[in-house]
Design a protein around this ligand. Structure first.
Ligand code: ASP
Ligand code: MG
Length: 402
């Protein structure tokens, strides 16, 4: 007998038919004698719809406390409906809201962090042989106010339960059947991975391969919770996410693209100490996240600095730089939003030479010019024109994964 935590995303419980499908998956494991704790998200687009309703009332933005009160309602609907389906199929079940399941969080409304789970209620329900259905994405702070964990937070709820209950298995069900080497809708040769490490998953998740929420992967890594990402619609094994994964011959685990990138250049800066500090200190004060940074070689006493930021922060960044024009001498600032970042990820590249050159060759063969390059131990990223993004992903993917 095992303790299994299962999480189902919004599309998996979008309507009555899907809810019964999920109920059957749960009951199958329960009837084998397992204890089953289930975390669910709000149905379909419920959370987005609730956000739209709030905007109707106050376009300027309601208080975060009231947003949490509203958004937590989405999961209250899905847990009760799923519990009703399980009831109807003849199995004992209890649904619990976040606070009932013991989710204590900090007070950062709409982006709260879980501090601790009091597992007593969960344990009591399990000892009564009940299937337990828990509302994902929510908890309670020390003032007894409802909090939510940020978009996509139900994944984190599931991992937190698995960690604190020492579950034997944590399965994250979604509408795709696992993690792929590239977006299968865009790259013909993309294939499903059997396994991926936490670090690789984090890199791919940041790049927009949105199968798992980042925080949930960080938490899984911290507490060493092995995850399985699998489809609720097809009964077949998914992708295992864990600490160390056997090395593949292909060296890279996946390729992905991020369109939410803008590149900013400051041209004709003085080539003196403290310039980079002034620029990036200002951006830090404005809470702009800087990614790739490139500084040209100084010539005739001047230099250029180019860096990338998330597209949403681009205007803020440019205005911030312009306010520096008194203390910082430069010719001009340019903004280019028609760029994207294409990356390959794989723990194998750490110990293998030639990975970068294979990537650059693939781009060269495809006639794609590289503006910037950055590398980490397990990732190589290039900044290119946005219009070549999909072609670049396909080219670099196929250069490594045959
Ligand atoms: N319902 C929440 C959202 O849409 C949480 C989740 O789905 O994980 O973000
Ligand atoms: Mg999700």
């Amino acid at each position: 007998m095992s303790l299994i935590v299962k999480k189902f995303g919004g599309s998996s419980v979008a309507n009555a038919e899907r809810i019964f499908n999920v109920a059957n998956i749960i009951i199958e494991d329960y009837k084998k004698g397992n204890d089953v704790v289930v975390v669910v998200s709000a149905q379909g687009d419920t959370t987005d719809d609730l956000i739209a309703k709030a905007k109707e009332i106050n376009p300027a933005g309601a208080s975060k406390r009231e947003m949490d009160m509203l958004l937590s309602a989405g999961e209250q609907i899905s847990i009760s409906l799923l519990a009703m389906a399980i009831e109807k199929l003849g199995c004992p079940v209890t649904s619990l809201l976040g606070w009932q399941a013991g989710f204590n969080t900090d007070s950062h409304h709409t982006i709260a962090r879980i501090k601790k789970i009091n597992t007593e209620r969960l344990k009591t329900e399990i000892s009564k042989k009940n299937i337990v259905i828990v509302a994902g994405f929510q908890g309670i702070n020390k003032y007894d106010d409802i909090t939510t964990l940020g978009r996509g937070g139900s994944d984190t709820s599931a991992v937190a339960i698995a960690a604190s209950m020492k579950a034997d298995l944590c399965q994250i069900y979604t509408d795709v059947d696992g993690v792929y080497t590239a977006d299968p809708r865009k790259v013909k040769n993309a294939r499903k991975l059997d396994q991926i490490s936490y670090d690789e998953m984090l890199e791919l998740a940041t790049l927009g391969a949105q199968v798992l929420n980042n925080r949930s992967v960080e938490m899984a890594k911290k507490y060493n919770v092995e995850l399985e990402v699998l489809s609720s619609l097809e009964r077949k094994p998914g992708t295992i996410v864990k600490e160390t994964v056997k090395m593949e011959k292909t060296l890279i685990r996946g390729a992905a693209k991020d369109n939410n990138v803008a590149s900013i250049s400051i041209v004709g800066l003085q080539d003196t100490p403290g310039i980079a500090f002034k620029i990036f200190n200002k951006l830090a004060q404005e809470k702009v996240n800087v990614d790739i940074i490139l500084q040209s070689v100084g010539r005739d006493g001047t230099k250029d600095i180019t860096f990338t930021v998330p597209q949403d922060d681009a205007e803020t960044a440019v205005s911030a730089i312009k306010t520096l024009s008194d203390s910082l001498k430069f010719n001009k600032v340019t903004l280019d939003e028609s760029v994207c970042k294409v990356s390959i990820v794989g723990a194998g590249m750490e110990s293998h030479p030639g990975v970068a050159s294979t990537m650059f060759e693939a781009l060269y063969d495809a006639g794609i010019n590289i503006h910037m390059i950055s590398t980490s131990e397990i990732k190589i990223s290039v900044l290119i024109d946005e219009k070549y993004g999909d072609a670049a992903v396909a080219a670099v993917h196929d250069a490594f994964i045959k």
